[in-house]
Design a protein around this ligand. Structure first.
Ligand code: ARG
Length: 593
């Protein structure tokens, strides 16, 4: 049976065709993926490719019905079965070797967009799951850089998409707070701030602090030796050392939080240190399963099939490292949190590491049939020269500086707009709007492509008012908002009233229909995104939506037209949908620019 209320059009259409093949050719076999977008828009919105495999299967089994001698005839029979006045399909035709091309019936589309009026975009009906998204995850005392920006931006959007459809998401910030760097940081803290326990040191720039500590470490063998001893003391739980460690973490944490606040990002910190006391049991479990091999120096390793290097659960000096923590984290997420889906988002170079960790978790039997482990490995951000993104003096670009720059450029362009009389905002509002657009631009520039690809960072590119940018999209949305505002001010037609009165949308003009089709495509977009968790599907969607919307207002007069009410409702639904997409991407929307 077809659930006509499923917002994922592909699923509805697939079911319709599967049912039809089943009725007309009960002995044929057709693959589950038989509906796709129509290659040639002239022939239809979608196409079904089921007739070819159905014909082949019937021929093979010798079960071809009388009068059916080609895939085309199979297609024709299905078209005849579906009929000319189908509730969902229209303009059915057979093309080429047996494709069935068709459009979505306008009455059906009309009904679907009408359902959006005064509401939000529909969510597919799926079983809620407990998910873990491990993202952002910067390292204490090291500056957050543009790599962490990618993880943060992509991760936030992934969380929002999962939450949107009703999944429960644990937003895990796997902060690097337990590395060997703490030995030297603690040593340096004691040297520089001997009375730190009474007077909280006022270190605002922990990166600078890190650099100085590193310098002492490299220069002074005595300092180096004590630093190394400190690591052991800290990791075995020495109170005084834990206190110093915490002071340092708190300083970093405050700086990270500032970035999260600016970007509207929420995370829950489960740093590496959280797993320290859980590691011994994990090692023991691997030992019990006979999966540990002792390497030279006494390191405890797990060899995973197909991997070139082992996972090292304990180093020869008895210490724990990245691998140990990640295995303990996996067990915790799978068993204590009960996650059905775990997604880790880091740069692609860590891909092999996570393949190994996930395989080891499977091998030891931690992963049930319904549990899914995923790693999203993103590419590098490059400068305009194609090399790694750096400042002019060759240092890594600090995230805060990058965000400041985007906002300040946006401020300038808004001030110019005010000066030339084009703006609808006051000088006082500039900063807030510039932040919304500036951060939105940085995010969208990243999210709009497949995360696995590298990209060149470019302020000019991301702040372009034309083309596939957040700036263009935010402006486009404001255009619809202002049409609705004008309708109220100049024509006395208030959209809110239209909604309350149950006013109807009528799709007359092809541009209206096209916009409705795009609006209705949201369900499929979410469906696709839920699988690979690449937010670029939503970017593509909202960009196409804004183009369809612009074509609509260009080709169809709204204000003062006979169809004004219906068209205002279309504007309303379009702004609502765009805003929903911005929300999913973590982009603030603006009402006026
Ligand atoms: N702190 C690491 C880094 O900066 C990322 C951690 C990712 N998560 C994990 N479970 N290993 O590269």
């Amino acid at each position: 049976p077809v659930d006509l209320n499923d917002p994922r059009m592909i699923i509805v259409l697939t079911q319709i065709f599967l049912d039809s093949f089943e009725s007309v050719f009960p002995n044929s076999t057709v693959p589950k993926t038989l509906v796709s977008k129509c290659a040639n828009k002239k022939h239809g919105d979608f196409q079904c490719s089921g007739a070819m495999p159905a014909f082949a299967s019937l021929k093979k089994s010798g079960g071809l019905p009388d009068g059916i001698n080609s895939p085309q005839q199979v297609a024709q029979a299905v078209v005849a079965h579906l009929g000319a006045d189908h509730a969902v399909l229209s303009d059915l035709s057979t093309q080429g070797p047996g494709f069935i091309c068709f459009r979505i019936a306008t009455s059906y589309l009309q009904h679907q967009v009408q359902n959006l009026v005064g509401k939000s975009l529909p969510k597919p009906n799926i079983k809620p799951q407990q998910c873990v998204v491990d993202f952002s995850s910067p390292n204490i005392a090291k500056e957050m850089h543009v790599g962490h920006l990618r993880s943060t931006i992509i991760g936030e959007s992934v969380c929002r998409v999962l939450e949107f459809v009703g999944h429960k998401v644990e937003r895990v910030n796997h902060v690097g707070d337990w590395g060997t760097q703490f030995g030297m940081l603690i040593q340096y803290l004691q040297e520089e701030y001997p009375d730190f326990s009474e007077n909280m040191p006022n270190i605002t720039d922990l990166t600078e602090f890190y650099k100085c500590a590193k310098q002492r470490f490299d220069e002074d063998p005595e300092f180096k030796k004590t630093s190394q001893l400190n690591v052991g003391k800290l990791q075995s739980g020495n109170e005084a050392f834990l206190k110093m460690w915490k002071i340092l973490c708190d300083i970093s944490r405050k700086e990270f939080q500032k970035v999260y606040n600016r970007l509207d990002v929420t995370t829950h910190e489960f740093g590496e240190s959280f797993y320290n006391d859980k590691i011994p049991a994990v090692i023991e479990e691997f030992q019990k399963h006979g999966m540990i091999s002792i390497e030279e120096g006494g390191a405890k390793c797990v060899f995973v099939k197909g991997a070139k290097i082992p996972l090292m659960l304990q180093k020869s000096d008895k210490g724990y490292g990245y691998d140990s923590t990640d295995m303990a984290a996996l067990k915790y997420r799978l068993q204590a949190i009960g996650a059905q889906r775990i997604i880790v988002i880091t740069d692609f170079s860590q891909g092999d590491h996570f393949v190994m960790c996930n395989q080891a978790a499977h091998d030891i039997g931690w992963v049930n049939a319904g549990q899914r482990l995923q790693h999203i490995g993103f590419g590098t951000v490059q400068g305009e020269d194609g090399k790694r993104f750096k400042t002019r003096s060759g240092e890594t670009v600090r995230l805060v500086d990058l965000l400041d720059e985007a906002v300040s450029r946006m401020e300038n362009s808004l001030l110019q707009r005010i000066e030339s009389g084009k703006a609808n905002i006051t000088k006082e509002e500039v900063h807030e709007v510039a932040e919304a657009i500036g951060y939105g631009a940085v995010k969208y520039f990243d999210l709009r492509r497949n995360p696995t690809s590298n990209y060149k960072f470019s302020y000019d590119g991301m702040l372009d008012t034309k083309g596939d940018t957040a700036v263009y999209l935010l402006y486009a949305r404001v255009r619809f908002e202002s049409i609705m505002a004008k309708a109220k001010a100049e024509h006395g037609v208030d959209v809110e009233e239209l909604i309350k009165n149950g006013e109807k949308i009528v799709l007359g003009h092809p541009s209206e229909r096209n916009l409705a089709l795009q609006l209705h495509a949201f369900g499929d977009t979410i469906g696709t995104t839920l699988d690979d968790l690449f937010p670029y599907h939503i970017c593509e969607y909202v960009y196409n939506l804004s183009i369809a919307g612009s074509e609509f207002v260009t080709n169809c007069r709204v204000l003062g037209s006979e169809e004004m009410k219906s068209r205002l409702l279309l504007c309303h639904v379009t702004t609502m949908a765009m805003r929903q997409c911005f929300d999913l991407l973590g982009i603030r929307h603006v009402k006026r620019i």
